[in-house]
Write a protein that binds this ligand. Structure first.
Ligand code: SF4
Ligand code: SF4
Length: 222
């Protein structure tokens, strides 16, 4: 899921004030931002109260089921078109993908209410860790299911680096070195742990990503 955190209040109000917005519609997200406690119904209602306390009129609010889903967000926006028409701006409590989907769905100026941080694993309720940077050329088959690109702070494919000390990471000193973990797990699985990984082909990570399952196979690029 996409991990987000609340945007600084001053940045939100500076944005709204930059267009003299007196009235605001708030859109949250029923998926990742709800799980991250940043853009679910509770946080949307808290944002409504904070905006009203600061003197803004909140014309309405909604929590889209999956705000980065264009069709669903267009439908949600149509359901609330009167409240959105009454607003000078739409504040979106969702990741950057969700903000852009709302911007594609409404004609009003759209402002982000969250900062998008990373693709995160949910370790337990309220605890998230970045495990994958979606590089498009996965090496987990060779690294015993531990991603060196993401979990080594230096992104080293082969390690440990010279700073590893007693098995611990030089950068994140409270964590075991990723490459120590990889080597141990490979050994535990009885696998060859001496092979060097070749340089990664980062051309597979073309931006913006684009996959169209409606096209015939072979016509897409990742
Ligand atoms: S190697 Fe790439 S795709 Fe695989 S987990 Fe790491 S960042 Fe993600
Ligand atoms: S100690 Fe290990 S995990 Fe930390 S930066 Fe060096 S190679 Fe990466």
């Amino acid at each position: 899921m996409i991990i987000t955190r609340p945007r600084e209040w001053e940045r939100i109000t500076d944005g709204l004030n930059s267009i003299d917005a007196g009235s605001v519609f708030i859109m949250g997200c029923g998926q990742c931002a709800t799980v991250a406690n940043t853009g679910g119904e509770k946080e949307v209602i808290e944002m409504k109260a904070a905006l009203e306390q600061a003197g803004y009129v909140v014309s309405g609010w909604a929590v889209g089921e999956v705000t980065c889903h264009l069709g669903g967000t267009k439908l949600e926006s149509r359901k609330h078109h009167g409240e959105i028409d009454d607003a000078d701006a739409v504040l979106v409590l969702a990741c950057g993908a969700g903000v852009q989907t709302v911007a594609d769905s409404v004609s009003k100026p759209v402002f982000p209410g969250l900062e998008s941080l990373f693709l995160g694993n949910v370790m337990r309720h309220g605890v998230f860790e970045e495990r994958c940077q979606m590089c498009g050329d996965c090496v987990l088959d060779l690294t015993a299911g531990i991603c060196p690109v993401t979990t080594c702070p230096k992104g080293l494919l082969n390690g440990p680096c010279g700073g590893m000390w007693n098995g611990m990471c030089e950068v994140l000193q409270d964590r075991e070195c990723t490459h120590v973990r990889i080597q141990r797990r490979l050994k535990e699985q009885g696998r060859n742990n001496t092979a060097m990984l070749p340089p990664k082909d980062f051309s597979t990570k073309l931006k913006p990503g684009n996959v169209n399952l409606r096209k015939k196979r072979g016509g897409d690029r990742p």
